[in-house]
Design a protein around this ligand. Structure first.
Ligand SMILES: Nc1ncnc2c1ncn2[C@@H]1O[C@H](COP(=O)(O)OP(=O)(O)OP(=O)(O)O)[C@@H](O)[C@H]1O
Ligand SMILES: [Mg+2]
Length: 243
């Protein structure tokens, strides 16, 4: 089943007199449990596309089906709900709430969803990423790598079927990048979570099942499915990233 599908989505921005299609008639399908990477040079529209796919922003035209629902027909409340229940989002610059400690940041989406076991779930995730002892630290009291691990826990607390990540290792050194990618892939495989990630890193892209390449907002080529054994380095310990 396709967990995500778009039909001809376009995002136009007006700059002065000019209209620019930052995302230009993109049609794509993503299957449940797939790991898809979006590549393309700076300014090619990766972040914009991810914000549309995840319901953080709306396309100017075209349709987006997320978990079978046409989210382009949704009002703001419906969009907020499907985002919270169906998606997780990991940003390059973490986006943690500065006034909440690590545990509270992770619990937040679960509390919003009315999950009575929010604290329990948050604790098990923080333990999983080795940060339970930092759970009372505020974001400014955490390192970059720690912040991203907290952000990953927050994105996963509602066990979303689809996780979006926008250059999740862009602000991290190579050791922390490896750790975040390993955690992302472990969790993707364990829970059959669909993972859609924008990255500049060829090493990370090499781990994906499929690569979507953007050029000036257009999907220019797609590297087709290839078997896991050809991907190489799928085991966490084998992942090699360079900066
Ligand atoms: N709110 C906006 N108004 C006008 N133009 C915008 C807006 N947001 C983004 N753009 C333009 O859209 C284009 C695509 O931006 P986007 O951030 O999606 O690129 P990207 O592929 O994520 O780049 P990077 O690799 O640098 O993160 C850029 O040319 C950018 O200037
Ligand atoms: Mg970007």
């Amino acid at each position: 089943m396709n967990i995500l599908e778009t039909q001809d989505i376009t995002k136009l921005y007006t700059i002065g007199e000019r209209q620019i299609a930052v995302v230009d008639r993109v049609s794509l399908q993503v299957k449940e449990g797939e790991f898809v990477v979006i590549t393309g040079s700076s300014g090619s529209g990766k972040t914009t596309l991810l914000t549309l796919l995840s319901g953080l922003d709306r396309p100017t035209s075209g349709k987006i089906f997320l978990a079978g629902e046409d989210i382009t027909s949704f009002n703001e409340d419906q969009l907020a709900e499907i985002r919270n229940m169906t998606t997780g989002f990991v940003f390059q610059d973490f986006h943690l709430v500065p006034s909440l400690n690590a545990l509270e940041n992770v619990m937040f989406p679960a509390e919003l969803a009315g999950d009575e076991r929010a604290a329990e779930r948050a604790r098990s995730l923080l333990e999983r990423v080795g940060l339970w002892q930092r759970s009372h630290n505020f974001p400014e009291q955490l390192s970059g790598g720690e912040k991203q691990r907290v952000a990953l826990c927050r994105a996963l607390v509602n066990t979303p079927p689809i996780l979006f990540a926008d250059e999740p290792t862009g602000n991290l050194d190579s050791r922390n990048s490896r750790e975040i990618v390993s955690l992302l892939l472990e969790m993707q495989r364990e829970s059959n979570t669909t993972l859609v990630m924008a990255t500049h890193s060829p090493e990370i892209a090499a781990l994906a099942e499929r690569i979507l390449n953007l050029h000036d907002g257009r999907l220019v080529k797609e590297r087709e499915d290839h078997p896991a054994e050809e991907r190489g380095g799928m085991e966490a310990k084998e992942i090699r990233l360079q900066h």
